[in-house]
Write a protein that binds this ligand. Sequence first.
Ligand code: GLU
Length: 276
Amino acid sequence: MAFVTRFAPSPTGPLHLGHAYSAILAYDMARANGGTFLLRIEDIDQSRARPEWEAQIYTDLQWLGLTWETPVMRQSDRMPAYDAALDQLWSMGVLYPCTCTRRDIEAAISAPQEGAVGPDGLIYPGTCRAPALGPRPKNQILRLNIAAVAKLLTFTETGPAHHGTILTSAEAYAQGIGDIVLARRDMGCSYHLSVVVDDAAQGVSHVIRGEDLFEATRIHVLLQNLLGLPTPIYHHHRLIRDDYGKRLAKRDDARALAKYRAEGATPADIRRIFGL
Ligand code: GLU
């Protein structure tokens, strides 16, 4: 099996140290295994993606000494592939349109502060759940009827926190994830669906990414199973925290890679921060 890793940033702000760690790990693992390192621009959210951030991603990664295959895949070019996946799921009868606002969802959950929270926020109470009829509606929120599709699934995790075979039962899907949104009005397609379709299209064998996406991986494995796509091996790495133990966010400009570069740090210094 070819060893293929990828780094998949969203061009919605500057790359910070956490991104650098993720990209370097994915690059080093590909190199150590005679594999391929890919870069994918996750610009599906066109309201937040900016060309200048995309340009800075290339500059930052080049500065770090990373090289990647070209052409680079960009999610904004991939709508036909996401549409085909949505059609496939719609024809299986496992999607349904949803008209609930966030407020509707909160109102339907008697005590929202006690409502179960999954990787996508509050677990949807199922208000709009109904059999899918007719052609797939476009420009509509479509949810996955999780109770209809959930089953026992596993994936292999090689990251430090959850090493081993990870199991998710049908019950855990229903209670811990719920009917997630797969098509959005604004973006056409949700992150979960696009990432699964693209990892398969690019033949990604090892997904290396931050621990914050560990819980969402259960969704990805379910979608792979439904769409007949292979499940890669996952490696969720530790998150790089700031001096106060807080997770880094794009808005923390102080930790932007460009800032370290401007202050005279070298790529070797950056690797040293991570112990790499
Ligand atoms: N695009 C996502 C992000 O910027 C990462 C997706 C992934 O690695 O699966 O956080």
